[in-house]
Write a protein that binds this ligand. Structure first.
Ligand code: RIB
Ligand code: CA
Length: 314
């Protein structure tokens, strides 16, 4: 099988880091053309550095990493150090400075250049943070849309509550206007929102299985997730935190682990109370044509078995 060409757009973030490691551990399935970084969990100077720290950990200092937009389109940047720590990768134990360069080209230009040199429907975009880079690429070069096979993203909450506001999930509400551009672009969407990510919880037994891999990668991941889990354990009372971003990569590797529904997807950008709410027409009451597959179920044991399997390869 020919590996699927992907661009991963991210804001590392411990869960982004696990997603990156899983992708880089799967060259038979995914050809990671580049990693683009956006401001989100922490400011851009840290997300781009963290992406490079993870590439070095994965033994891929050759991976091109690009810095993108340092703030949302309209809203001021709101970060999440309370979850991810001051560095955005607290608990990793990794050297602060990565032994690999940042690319000079802007992330948006890398996304555009890569798509324009591809065949129609060839490139899969995998945003794991706010959608700012993706939206700017589409606005700057709308002719990239036919080149996009799917935009497979972590973000949103369609059926349940938000995690940043009562109604909205962090990635989408951080830049709801970017989400509107992406949702209205015409590119096929696959959404991994809180409805499904909150069904994959890093329990102590699952964390032990990762720790038991016994490698430097496993030690870094265990340290990251131990730090990252504490916020959600306290907030939700679950035995661990949801492993949000790796759901995107897991679906690309084993889609049978998930279930979703084709629906029309929109985003609220006006109301202060519901700003950033992803509105999925679950029962087709609007008559609007579906533009997204919104995931709502996961085989959580199968998901964590895949996480361990791929981390064990590095
Ligand atoms: O709401 C969870 C999402 O916000 C994840 O992508 C996490 O990394 C943060 O970016
Ligand atoms: Ca993220």
């Amino acid at each position: 099988m020919t590996p699927r060409p992907v661009i991963i757009d991210c804001d590392p973030g411990q869960d982004d880091a696990v997603a990156l490691l899983m992708a880089l551990a799967s060259p038979e399935s995914l050809k990671v053309l580049g990693i683009t970084c956006v401001a989100g969990n922490v400011p851009l100077d840290l997300t781009q550095r963290n992406a490079r720290r993870v590439c070095v950990l994965a033994g891929r200092p050759d991976m091109p990493v690009f810095a993108g937009c340092p703030r949302p389109l309209i809203r001021p940047l709101g970060t999440a150090e309370a979850v991810h720590g001051q560095t955005g990768l607290d608990g990793s134990g990794l050297p602060e400075e990565p032994a690999m360069p940042l690319q000079d080209r802007h992330a948006v230009d890398f996304i555009i250049d890569t798509c324009l040199s591809a065949e129609d429907g060839e490139i899969t975009l995998c945003p794991l943070g706010p959608l700012t880079n993706i939206a700017v690429a589409i606005v700057k070069a709308p002719q990239i849309v036919p080149k996009i096979r799917e935009i497979v993203f972590m973000g949103g909450a369609a059926l349940g509550p938000g995690n940043r506001t009562p109604m909205a999930e962090f990635n989408i509400v951080t830049d709801p206007h970017a989400a509107q551009v992406v949702f209205e672009s015409g590119a096929p969407l696959v959404m991994f929102g809180l409805d499904v990510t909150h069904t994959v919880i890093t329990t102590p037994a699952r964390l032990d299985a990762i720790r038991a891999i016994g490698t430097p990668v496993a030690a870094a991941v265990t340290g990251m997730l131990t730090f990252y889990d504490r916020h959600d354990i306290e907030r939700y009372g679950d035995p661990g935190a949801p492993l949000h971003d790796p759901c995107v990569i897991a679906w690309l590797l084993k889609p049978e682990l998930f279930r979703g529904k084709d629906v029309h997807l929109a985003v609220e950008t006006n109301s202060p109370l519901t700003m950033g709410r992803t509105v999925a027409d679950w029962w087709g009451v609007t008559g609007n044509a579906p533009n997204a597959t919104v995931m709502d179920r996961a085989d959580s044991d199968g998901f964590y078995a895949l996480v361990v399997d791929r981390l064990s390869r590095l």
